[in-house]
Design a protein around this ligand. Structure first.
Ligand code: ZN
Length: 320
């Protein structure tokens, strides 16, 4: 029997220019830049993490900015269509004004009993800010951020995955991951993880766009939270029992990961809650320097020399 997951741990996507990416997520959306490292599997590429004041699990969107590889992705089946952050119910007007003042075009809609503001980041990755009357969020505010703490993003609300056909993905969600179908409307099926809470929603939509292609402007994978290494091992067994091909456990410094591709084509990760982003930096210093896993410290000079130009996120003063 599988353990339960509280829901999302992080979402990882492919960006283009690292400067534009960081300026948008910190300067516009007001997330904290919690980690500046490299892709451990490709050290010529940065790996950025943006999250709440502590980079809590369930708040982090992370990026590989591909400057050399450059290949544009194409959205389609087997991909994450949108990543949604929760906002307080009375913050909709604030966010309408802020997006407008930053020149971000958005569409507003009502979905289920929520107000949704939908827009794209500079690389075309679709994001939503969602308010729901009964949403509970436990994100840690970033006191020094450009967005007043009352209005800051409260961690993930959920993700929308696009698939050819609900069936195979739904089976993994419900039979293995323990999600339950909660609602269906307007060509969208909504599932909630067994333990509920923030970041516990996952929507499926069917698309006839054909198979997506990974590249700049697409989401690479979604990670669910495993609350311990023991649970993670049980997840590995549960995935294997379901006929999937989970990876070995990989140490990502800030959490441990296993990966498996679900039958609809989306790459799933199970990431442990800890040790978290203070594993190699003090809370006050998060994101201020390039951190490397110990095995790469000897190569720091070469790694720094080949990384693309990036000056840290540009942030206007609070209240701007
Ligand atoms: Zn990941």
């Amino acid at each position: 029997m599988s353990p339960n997951t509280p829901g999302l741990h992080h979402v990882t996507a492919i960006a283009g220019d690292p400067q534009e990416n960081a300026d948008f997520y910190v300067g516009t959306l007001g997330l904290r830049f919690v980690k500046r490292t490299v892709n451990h599997d490709d050290t010529g590429t940065y790996h950025f993490y943006f999250g709440d004041g502590e980079g809590s699990p369930g708040t982090n969107i992370t990026f590989f900015p591909w400057t050399e590889q450059g290949r544009q992705g194409r959205f389609g089946a087997g991909q994450t269509q949108t990543t949604a952050y929760g906002i307080p119910a009375d913050s909709v007007d604030y966010w309408r004004d802020r997006l407008e003042s930053k020149g971000v075009e958005f569409e507003a809609e009502e979905r289920f009993d929520e107000t949704v503001l939908r827009f794209a980041d500079p690389d075309g990755i679709e994001l939503e800010l969602v308010t729901a009357p009964d949403a509970e969020f436990d994100a840690t505010p970033w006191e020094d951020g450009p967005v007043p703490t009352d209005h800051q993003l409260r961690g993930f609300y959920g993700v929308t995955l696009a698939v050819d056909d609900y069936g195979p993905t739904e089976a993994i969600l419900t039979d293995v991951l323990g999600y339950e179908l909660e609602a269906e409307a307007d060509g969208r099926r909504r599932y909630r993880s067994a333990t509920g809470g923030p970041g516990s929603l996952l929507d499926l939509v069917e698309t006839d766009a054909g198979r997506g292609q990974m590249g700049v402007g697409t989401v690479h994978h979604v990670a669910f939270e495993a609350e311990s290494v023991e649970e993670q091992e049980r997840w590995r067994e549960a995935f294997a029992d379901a006929g999937l091909a989970p990876s070995e456990v990989i140490d990502r410094t800030y959490f441990q990961s296993i990966y498996t591709r679900e039958p609809g084509g989306v790459l799933f990760e199970m990431a442990t809650t800890g040790p978290g982003f203070t594993a190699d930096e003090d809370l006050a210093e998060l994101g201020s320097r390039l951190t490397l896993p110990e095995r790469l410290e000897d190569e720091r000079e070469e790694i720094e020399a080949q990384l693309p130009e990036f000056d840290g996120p540009n942030v206007d003063s609070a209240g701007d």
